[in-house]
Design a protein around this ligand. Structure first.
Ligand code: APR
Length: 389
């Protein structure tokens, strides 16, 4: 079997890429380890930046999203008993669109498979890459249902298989990694949201965060020690800490049954180079940013847009310039978002750290609340506007 591009992984990166290649008449085959039902249900990220939504809209991939996503214009910081609203839409002209990743994945899968008749193979096991430095690379996999082995030759491989995928291992690049040394206890409560959007409770006992999910479900986070055990977090302790860190006069939180508890280890990493021979990575396969500024899904889409253009220029027009520059172009935004997340994390976690870091965080907060110029610069990065320096 032969095709032009084998795309590994049907997440936001792989599906955006596969749709765009298909629209442009580039031969494409999408390989996904899980079933279609599974990826359309798996809970994941949910915040999309406006430029990403508009890019999908331009390619006819955002119809259901635009009908159903909630638009957020502001978020709130609670600190020292006071409420501060940062109205990023007013300061930047851009919104966040709250749209759970499984819905986006379902839309993009429907557009690629049902709408465009694209070739997608779900339940693909033992995916391996071969001859990436030759001009005829190959991908092998086993069909999970029949147990049959397949080999596909191609012109390029797109590794879009996320943080736990196999593609990255075939790329001999270094990885820059940063560990925050703390955890976030991620919680889902069957409770209506207590505020319209995102609320950060910045507190000497550690961060607490509130994120509206749906009319009946709310996500909460609590900063905790790295590697903490959920067994240490009884429902009673969770609510006690959420109230202590988030409740301020005029802003309380609504309780409800906790339906998910999970400790996230907060870290970031970025590969040195996203391309090697005929292999190109996109999304979490190449870089992970801790969920501090809700950046992951947006970066995955950004990579896919760039890679789609670069592969089209190479495979349709014979112009390899964009593909040669793909890694550098994609990493520019990745590093802006990494730096932003790191800077913001210091505000969120600093007040619970030693006095020097705590005082620095307070100085940053005062600047953010007191200076319109500082707030605008912050919000442009928070919403991802103009981040390609
Ligand atoms: N073979 C085939 N498919 C694989 C393999 C493999 N060996 N390993 C993983 N996959 C699939 C996963 O099942 C998943 O569907 O690759 C897909 C990767 O999707 P994501 O993890 O969603 O990654 P990406 O498209 O880069 O999007 C990043 O994911 O975790 C969130 O916050 C993150 O929103 C961001 C987004």
């Amino acid at each position: 079997e032969h095709t032009q591009v084998v795309v590994i992984g049907a997440g936001p990166a792989g599906l955006t890429l596969a749709n765009l290649l298909r629209q442009r008449g580039i031969g494409c085959l999408l390989l996904e380890e899980q079933s279609r039902e599974f990826i359309e249900q798996r809970p994941r990220a949910g915040f999309m930046e406006e430029w990403a939504v508009r890019a999908l809209e331009r390619h006819g991939l955002a119809e259901r999203l635009l009908d159903n996503a909630q638009r957020h214009a502001a978020f709130e910081i609670r600190f020292d008993g006071e409420r501060h609203i940062l109205s990023y839409a007013e300061l930047t002209g851009h919104h966040h669109f709250v749209y759970p990743q499984p819905l986006l994945v379902a839309d993009l899968t429907a557009a690629y498979v049902d709408g465009a008749g694209g070739d997608a193979r779900f339940g693909a096991r033992d995916v391996a890459l071969h001859d990436l430095e030759s001009d005829r690379p190959a991908v092998t996999y086993t069909d999970g249902r029949s147990g049959r082995a397949h080999r596909i030759t191609c012109d390029a491989v797109a590794g879009c298989d996320g943080a736990r995928g196999v593609s990255r291992a075939f790329l001999p690049a270094g990885v820059a990694r940063h560990d925050y040394g703390i955890g976030w206890l991620a919680l889902l409560a069957e409770a209506p949201p207590s505020a319209d959007g995102v609320v950060f409770g910045i507190h000497p006992r550690g961060l607490a965060a509130h994120m509206a999910r749906s009319p009946h479900v709310t996500r909460f986070y609590l900063q905790c020690p790295a590697g903490d055990d959920v067994a240490n977090w009884s429902d009673e302790r969770v609510w006690k800490e959420l109230h202590a860190r988030l409740t301020v006069p005029g802003g309380t939180i609504t309780e409800g049954p906790l339906i998910e508890k999970q400790v996230l280890d907060m870290h970031n990493y970025v590969v040195d180079r996203m391309s090697h021979g005929r292999l190109h990575l996109a999304g979490d396969a190449a870089h992970v940013v801790a969920p501090i500024g809700a950046k992951g899904m947006n970066l995955a889409i950004h990579d896919a847009l760039l890679l789609a253009d670069a592969l089209t220029a190479q495979l349709r027009d014979g112009d390899g310039t964009a593909l040669a520059g793909y890694s550098e172009a994609a990493l520019r935004r990745v590093w802006q978002y990494q730096e932003f997340s790191q800077w913001f994390a210091e505000i969120l976690h600093g007040p619970a750290a030693e006095p020097f870091r705590a005082r620095m965080a307070q100085a940053r907060l005062r600047r953010l609340f007191g200076s319109r110029a500082a707030a605008t610069a912050f919000c442009e990065l928070y919403i991802g506007k103009d981040a390609d320096w």
